[in-house]
Design a protein around this ligand. Structure first.
Ligand SMILES: [Zn+2]
Length: 456
């Protein structure tokens, strides 16, 4: 039987509040033991983890793998390998593929392709409505039976409140969460970026915070009336987080996620990165960003999600925008053509290979503990997706493990990414901390010490 012994690492498991140095033994696809004095079997492959953190594998509740449909942006294979390289052992793949994941056939296509990547697990997210059209619900029980573990029309909001009610009730009886992209499109239409001084300086139409808060308020009220849970994707504003906190205090079973770009960057990044700083919801004000950071620290935010959104340069209007960015704050407004290009460039940035390094800045700054980081990036996403045997180091759990070197300094170089896309505002950033080993079901799927490889 194949055994791996992780020797003398810092074992971090929020589920049991464990934070102690020790060994961890993997046998086949399971964790079979851990502790300070765990004996080392003679036949085990020994991996020295002194100075490293050993944590349950990172789980991302929100990625776009673009497969089926857009192989020039990402494939299941490249996306899952990017995930493993970033320390993720499971990722929830959103339904806005082409065709949309609104039938069991597409869910099965995803699940059948995933193992060949020999990387992270793929957790399918089913659409809420057929074709993401916001009208007729998908067959919730059939999608669950095919393997879907969450429902979302992400990329688009559910505008029709009647459909939202049906969806929350169907999801509650299916036993899986609905993840909502909260946006009032009457308020975001033709907006290029966050409403504020930067949008004004660039002469582009802004997207107000109310486009998010107004919709979050409505949906929390509905969930409260129905008594159903709900999950809010990529929260970006202080106002939305205040509403969530109040609703939770009133007994609503609401969970929420934030992205690294929303808690690290603010709307000034558009000046330097142009369309690579454009996403929905947009990067917000420094005050919003600081509120999200407090929410990560005080427990009002449940988890971190990348919203990994690969795009090719054409979708990002690269040829039209490249000569206009970066620009200084005092620069004149964008010419009309460039303003239009920015407003119509595809939304989103990639995030799987930078998320951990960016989240670790919160630990290095003393804002959160390593245990809280694991809660935000593994234990809580596992609970959302009901992956009961993941998100923990408990004996008997599946051996999905991320080993992190918290001191390793590195420079973000998109040319070296496993992702097929390069749309990131973090190119050239120096980060401290990286996944050095990613293990899925007892198998090493990424080893930074020798590049992505099937090492064990
Ligand atoms: Zn979204």
């Amino acid at each position: 039987m194949k055994r791996i012994m992780l020797l003398d690492g810092r074992l971090l498991d929020p589920r049991s509040k464990l934070d102690t140095d020790g060994n961890l033994l993997i046998e086949s696809d399971r964790i079979v033991g851990l502790g300070r004095d765990l004996p080392v079997p003679a036949d085990a492959l020994k991996i020295d983890c002194h100075g490293l953190w050993v944590m349950p594998g990172l789980i991302d509740p929100h990625v776009h793998l673009r497969d089926p449909g857009f192989p020039e942006k990402e494939t299941i294979r490249s996306g899952l390998r990017a995930a493993a390289a970033g320390g993720f052992t499971a990722v929830a793949a959103m339904a806005n593929t082409a065709p949309v994941n609104d039938t069991p056939e597409i869910t099965r296509y995803m699940l059948e392709r995933a193992p060949a990547a020999e990387a992270a697990r793929l957790v399918p997210v089913a659409a809420v409505t057929r074709g993401l059209r916001g009208r007729d619900l998908v067959d919730f029980p059939a999608m669950v039976q095919a393997g879907a573990r969450m429902f979302s029309d992400d990329g688009l909001p559910l505008d029709d409140v009647g459909v939202l009610k049906q969806a929350l009730e169907a999801a509650a009886s299916a036993g899986f969460a609905v993840s909502l992209h909260e946006e009032d499109r009457a308020l975001t239409v033709s907006g290029a970026m966050n409403a504020g001084a930067v949008a004004q300086a660039l002469g582009v139409k802004g997207i107000p915070a109310s486009a998010e808060t107004e919709r979050v308020g409505r949906d929390l009220a509905i969930a409260r009336e129905l008594g159903t849970p709900l999950h809010l994707a990529h929260v970006s504003t202080a106002g939305a987080l205040d509403l969530i906190t109040a609703a939770r205090a009133a007994g609503v079973a609401v969970s929420c996620e934030v992205t690294p770009h929303h808690f690290i960057l603010d709307d000034r990044t558009v000046l330097t990165c142009g369309a690579d700083a454009r996403m929905a919801p947009p990067l917000r004000s420094p005050l919003d960003r600081d509120r999200l950071r407090r929410g990560l620290a005080d427990g009002s935010i449940d988890m971190i999600a990348t919203d990994h959104a690969p795009h090719d340069p054409d979708s990002k209007q690269h040829s039209l925008l490249a000569r206009h960015f970066p620009r200084s704050c005092a620069a004149a407004p964008l010419p009309d053509e460039a303003a239009h290009a920015l407003a119509t460039a595809a939304n989103g940035i990639i995030g799987l290979e930078t998320a951990l390094g960016l989240a670790l800045t919160l630990v290095h700054e003393g804002l959160i503990t390593p245990l809280r980081l694991v809660e935000l990036m593994s234990a809580n996403p596992a609970r959302l997706l009901r992956l009961d045997n993941l998100g923990t180091l408990a004996a008997g759990a599946l051996a999905d493990i991320t080993v992190v070197d918290p001191k390793l300094e590195w420079t973000v170089n998109p040319e070296q990414f496993c992702s097929l896309s390069r749309n990131t505002p973090f190119a050239g950033w120096r980060l401290k901390g990286q996944a050095v080993l990613t293990i899925v079901a007892g198998r090493v799927v990424h080893d930074a010490r020798r590049g992505s490889a099937d090492a064990a």
